[in-house]
Structure formats: structure tokens, C-alpha cells
Ligand binder design. Structure first.
Ligand SMILES: Cc1ncc(COP(=O)(O)O)c(C=O)c1O
Length: 449
């Protein structure tokens, strides 16, 4: 039995999108730019734990959790209480005017929990803004020109974030020139190996693509940093094999390159460790966090080695709301929760792995099942042999899940991946309920049945 007043479900009372959602969506079309893509057409009225309720009364199980921003579900009470406590003291000062305890305590905590020897932080409003600042700080430190990142990576929607990715449509289309000195390289996308090899006999040769790039005539001795996600999120939950990041770390060390670890999506327990890079024996120079750092309010942080973080000119960084006291107070509780629930990623992984592998053998269209911890995805294809991406099918399955009461996100470099972000706090039985819905949607939308 659910607590009184708490949502329970999933429960569809009117075919979604219901009449109230449809009419609200018309207002979205009238008053909100078409540039903001909204993938599912229900309008949300309430959210609670693993559930969303729309304005028509439908309750959905949410396997998107704010695109990975709510690793412990919607409105965890400890975090909400911290927001309320803080708002009763003060809501905004501006960290550039005067310091306050929540900012200081969060900076201290980040230096304690981030992997490696990272002593100082800058706290901002979003992941993208934190990525921007991480690169500014890296530049201030070594004054080199080039940035290296991955074709299938994702680091946000500012001009710099967009410049660090290779996916043109829809992200960059029509937006003109990007930051110029970025070298994009192919990632360890093992299902579609850029070198047409297979792990482990490949010897992880794809790390050679990074080495070739940074030692090329054009870039040699002039690469400032490599910006990477330990497991690529928007790229379709691409997880490099054991040994990959150790080799990349060695390449960075050999060439004086700062390793910037973007943990915005992978952080705070999602992969079964507090930070995904902890699955490899690698210490980054800078860690960038966001999303589940705060579990509900806008935040982003850069945490780096003392000497790097001491490089910028005094007073050269900042922003009006960056490090908001309310966000920082909530984040301190969110981190405690993430620590408590990280181990549940193991249960989620084992349940999803079993189901995904069964689907892989049963459905011609499930080409690949992959992921780390509770960051698991399936890649849909037209045929297993040809591996042609199936973005239309992924969209149909996503919509079919929605109609049945489950939110999942689709994405990936070819828009053909269904990505699951169940909250780490989910029970095994609710997880199975969500996966049953996804299985029914796959059955209905594929030829395999
Ligand atoms: C790995 C990664 N980096 C950066 C960002 C950008 O963060 P934000 O949307 O908070 O600006 C995201 C957002 O999805 C992300 O997944």
C-alpha cells in the first residue's frame, strides 16, 4: 500500500495524451519556441518518487528521472527539507558578493568525494555552464590551444558544449560557426567499432585514434585538454572496455593534456560507483558534475587539482546565481542519498541485463544491450546482420511505452537507442513492471513478436 497522499502506479485512466494535456500542448506550441523539443506529450501536474502524474490523472512510472538528474527519484524528502530550511534563512546572496556556509560545505564535500586529488571547486547553475568553466580553467592553466573530445559525446548546448560533439542534427543545425580549435575523435563504440575490430582481440586499438590526433603535426604539444564522459550518455550509453581510460590517461600524461571527466550524467551512483570513472584505475585532473548532484534544482560544479583551479586570474569566474544557497543546501543532502543508494545499481543492473539479453536473442530488432550499473540501454536496428539504425522504431516503442504508463528516453548518436534511468531507489517489482511494459511495446512495434 502506498503512503497516504503518495502517488502509486503506473495507472492510465484516459488514453494519453488526455484532453487537458492536449490543450496545454497547444499553448506550448503558441508560446514556447519550437527549438525546445519535448519528447512526450503529457503535461505533468505532480511527481513523487518514481512516478509522474499528468493533468488528466494518468500516473506514469518514470525511467527518465529528469534525464538522469534525479537519481533518487522525485522530491526526496531529505532534499526537500534542506531546501525549505535554507529558504527560511536566505535564498540568494550571490557568491561574488559574500560567501555563505552551504557553498563552502558543498565545495569541501566535493573535494572529499571526487576521485583523485581534487581540492577546489567552482559551483555554477548547470552542467553546460560547468563544462564551459572547466575548459576556461584548463586554458588558464596550460595556455594551450586545442580541445579534444569525442564525435559521439555530449557536453551541453552552449556554443562550447556544441563544439565538443559531432552530432549536427538537431543540436548544431543553423547555429553558425562553432569554437574552432576542437578535434573530435571516434569513441570506443564497440557495437559499431570505428576500426571494425572486436574486443578483446582488438587490444583496444581505438585509443590509438586519440594518440594519433594529439601527436599529429597540427596539434602536437598544443592540446589543452581532453573532455570525456566515462560512459557516454546522450551518445547511447556507450561504455568503453576495461583498460580504455587507463590508456587514455597515459596518452594525456605523455602529452601534458588535462583530463576533464564529465560526470554530469554518470555521477552520483548511476553506474554503481559514486563516479563512473572509479570503474577504471584513473584519476582525472578535473571532474565536472551537475544533474544528480542536487537532485532537483539547477546546479553544475567544476572540481579540480589545486594548481589547476588556482590558475585563473582572480575574479575572472562567476555568475549571479552560481552556487545558489538553496541548491547547495539540497546538494549536501542529495550526496548523502546518492551514497546510500549507489549499491542498488547492482540489483537494477542484474534485472535489466537478464531481460535485455532475453530480448536480444528474441527480437531481431534489438541489436545491442549494454551499459554499466543502472545506466543500461538497448540499441534498435532494422536487422541484426546489417545493424542499420532504427530511429523510427525507437520512437514508436517510446510512444507505445508512454501510452502504457512508462516514461523512457530515446537517443543515441543515431537516435535508435532506448535509454533507461530508473531511480536508484526503485523496488525490484516496480522495475520488473516497467520492463514488462517495455517488452509489450517491443512486441507490438516489432515484427519479431
Ligand atoms: C554528459 C553531459 N554533459 C553535459 C550536459 C549538460 O548539462 P545541462 O543540461 O545541465 O546543461 C549533459 C546533459 O544532459 C550531459 O549528459
Amino acid at each position: 500500500m502506498a503512503d497516504k497522499g503518495k502517488l502509486s502506479g503506473p495507472r492510465i485512466v484516459v488514453e494519453p495524451p488526455g484532453p487537458r494535456s492536449r490543450s496545454a500542448i497547444k499553448r506550448k506550441e503558441r508560446f514556447v519556441t519550437v527549438g525546445l523539443g519535448v519528447s512526450l506529450p503529457a503535461v505533468i501536474d505532480r511527481a513523487d518518487g518514481p512516478f509522474l502524474q499528468d493533468v488528466d490523472g494518468n500516473v506514469y512510472l518514470d525511467f527518465t528521472v529528469g534525464l538522469g538528474a534525479l537519481n533518487c527519484g522525485h522530491r526526496p524528502k531529505e532534499v526537500v527539507h534542506a531546501w525549505k530550511r535554507q529558504i527560511d534563512k536566505f535564498d540568494h546572496i550571490c557568491a561574488m558578493v559574500s560567501m555563505y556556509e552551504p557553498y563552502l560545505r558543498l565545495a569541501e564535500e566535493l573535494s572529499r568525494i571526487c576521485p583523485g586529488h581534487l581540492g577546489k571547486s567552482l559551483i555554477m547553475n548547470s552542467g553546460s555552464e560547468a563544462i564551459e568553466n572547466s575548459v576556461k580553467i584548463a586554458k588558464a592553466y596550460n595556455r594551450k590551444r586545442w580541445l579534444v573530445s569525442y564525435v559521439t559525446g555530449y557536453h551541453g548546448r552552449t556554443y562550447l558544449g556544441l563544439s565538443l560533439m559531432g552530432k549536427e542534427k538537431p543540436f548544431r543545425e543553423g547555429f553558425g560557426s562553432m569554437y574552432q580549435n576542437v578535434k573530435l575523435v571516434d569513441f570506443a563504440y564497440c557495437y559499431r567499432c570505428p576500426l571494425d575490430l572486436e574486443y578483446p582481440s582488438c587490444g583496444i586499438s581505438c585509443t590509438g585514434l586519440v594518440e594519433e590526433a594529439v601527436t599529429s603535426k597540427k596539434l602536437k604539444d598544443d592540446v589543452c585538454c581532453l573532455v570525456m564522459e566515462p560512459v557516454q550518455g546522450a551518445g547511447g550509453f556507450l561504455c568503453p572496455p576495461p583498460g580504455y581510460w587507463e590508456q587514455i590517461r597515459r596518452i594525456c600524461d605523455d602529452n601534458g593534456i588535462i583530463l576533464i571527466d564529465d560526470e554530469i550524467q554518470t555521477g552520483f551512483g548511476r553506474t554503481g560507483r559514486l563516479f563512473a570513472i572509479e570503474h577504471w584505475k584513473v584519476e582525472p585532473d578535473i571532474v565536472v558534475t551537475g544533474k544528480s548532484l542536487s537532485m532537483g534544482l539547477p546546479i553544475g560544479a567544476v572540481t579540480g587539482r589545486d594548481e589547476i583551479m588556482s590558475a585563473p586570474t582572480p575574479a575572472s569566474l562567476g555568475g549571479t546565481y552560481g552556487g545558489s544557497p538553496i541548491c547547495c543546501a539540497g546538494a549536501l543532502e542529495a550526496i548523502k542519498l546518492a551514497k546510500r543508494w549507489t549499491s542498488n545499481a547492482k540489483m537494477i543492473h542484474s534485472v535489466e541485463k537478464r531481460r535485455f539479453e532475453e530480448w536480444e536473442s528474441r527480437f531481431e530488432e534489438v541489436g545491442d544491450a549494454r551499459g554499466l550499473g543502472a545506466m543500461m540501454a538497448i540499441e534498435l536496428v532494422r536487422t541484426k546482420k546489417g545493424k542499420e539504425p532504427a530511429p523510427e522504431l525507437a520512437r514508436k516503442v517510446q510512444l507505445s511505452c508512454f501510452k502504457k504508463g512508462l516514461y523512457v528516453s530515446s537517443g543515441g548518436y543515431f537516435n535508435s537507442v532506448l535509454r533507461l534511468h530508473p531511480p536508484l531507489t526503485i523496488t525490484r517489482s516496480l522495475l520488473e513492471t516497467g520492463l514488462d511494459i517495455l517488452e509489450r511495446a517491443l512486441k507490438e512495434e516489432t515484427k519479431s513478436r
